[in-house]
Design a protein around this ligand. Structure first.
Ligand SMILES: Cc1ncc(COP(=O)(O)O)c(C=O)c1O
Length: 363
């Protein structure tokens, strides 16, 4: 492969499009004939400002967001959002609903409980997180401040491809591991957040999308850096943002746009899931999926082999054959194939060939 690269199935930080790496490389020493790298420019310079504002516009374009949405670039990862959201939006005497579909939801719930009443609207731990709740499994509170969801469960490999109906209650959604991977209607979402390090570029930038009417429900008196108002008022330039990460994200978004936007990402991700899960379903005695079929993630496919020795052999031989990052999360074991936007269908076809060969030798 070009530059001796290999297929990278890491769960995050994860693969980025080669075209983006090439662009960064070509612009590294002398950004647009300015004689400097963009990272060496002030975050208040016109050179950086152009990239900053263009990145906001690209997010809005790709997601089809109207003027009622604010786009913010924060720091501290999704993990800081777990706390910032209830700190601002879980109001005194009211309740927030949390849907528990895996360990990232559990972390969000733990933070929310520090700030107020939390109702667990669905407890996936009772079914070992093998499925995403159907509408009638959700026990929603009337008049909740928000309903929190984790759209894609990176560790267990389940995903909401359609979102539940929460009526007038805004959805607060952790989209860390499937941001911009398929089309959806953003209107029911009060806030969407996620780290960039899976679908959007390098670690260190947290993308937050905030609907204005929900934003206006935030409690006041919160310390500046943890208050959404600070960042909305200053267009994410209250303090020094991660200029490198935002520049990199800008290029990833341009790549998505040039590829055909979210419709194209969706088609690409559907194809990859179809190839991999189709092969697993044809060989269920050797490659056993770990979650219910209609809850399967298009981003992270989790599977088991007949025993742990074979799994270790699969990971080691896979790596030697040029397939990196196939080991399941340490809390669940097995195999995990993370196939974010940057992974082309060709990578999954190559992986399936390797899987066929491995099964023939070890089955
Ligand atoms: C779904 C999900 N939420 C949250 C996180 C934590 O994100 P961060 O490391 O940006 O705080 C991750 C990290 O993998 C994740 O996959």
């Amino acid at each position: 492969m070009k530059y001796n690269r290999i297929w990278n199935f890491n769960p995050g930080p994860a693969a980025v499009p080669l075209e983006v790496l090439e662009h960064m490389h070509d612009n590294w020493f002398n950004y647009q004939n300015t004689g400097m790298n963009l990272m060496e420019w002030s975050h208040r310079s016109k050179e950086y400002d152009a990239i900053h504002n263009e990145t906001v516009s690209l997010i809005k374009k790709l997601l089809g967001l109207g003027d009622e949405f604010h786009v913010l670039f924060l720091q501290g990862g999704a993990s800081t959002q777990f706390a910032m959201i209830p700190m601002s939006f879980l109001l005194d005497g009211k309740t927030a609903d949390y849907v528990n579909t895996g360990s990232w939801s559990v972390k969000a719930i733990k933070e929310a409980k520090l700030f107020g009443n939390v109702n667990i609207a669905f407890d996936g731990s009772e079914v070992n997180y093998i499925h995403i709740p159907k509408q009638d499994e959700l026990k929603l509170t009337d008049n909740a401040c928000y309903v929190h969801l984790t759209s894609n469960n990176t560790i267990k490999g389940t995903q909401f491809l359609d979102f539940p109906d929460t009526g007038d209650v805004p959805i607060a959604c952790d989209m860390s591991s499937d941001f911009l991977s398929h089309r959806f209607d953003p209107k029911p979402f009060g806030i969407i957040y996620g780290g960039a390090q899976k679908n959007l570029g390098p670690s260190g930038v947290t993308l937050v999308i905030l609907r204005d009417d929900f934003f206006k429900t935030a409690r006041s008196g919160i310390t500046s850096m943890l208050s959404y108002g600070t960042h909305v008022d200053k267009n994410s330039l209250f303090n020094t943002p991660n200029t490198f990460g935002i520049w990199f994200m800008n290029r990833v978004l341009k790549w998505m746009d040039e590829m055909g936007g979210l419709a194209a990402m969706e088609e690409r991700n559907r194809q990859k899931a179809h190839i991999l899960y189709g092969f697993m379903d044809d060989n269920p005695d050797f490659y056993r999926g770990t979650v219910e079929k209609d809850s399967r993630s298009w981003m992270n496919a989790c599977l088991r082999l007949p025993n742990e020795d074979l799994e270790a052999k699969f990971v080691a031989e896979g790596k030697a054959a040029g397939f990196n990052g196939l080991k399941g999360h340490r809390s669940v074991g097995g195999i995990r194939v993370s196939m974010y936007n940057a992974i082309p269908p060709e990578a999954i076809r190559d992986l399936v060939e390797f899987m066929k060969d491995f099964m023939a030798k070890n089955g």
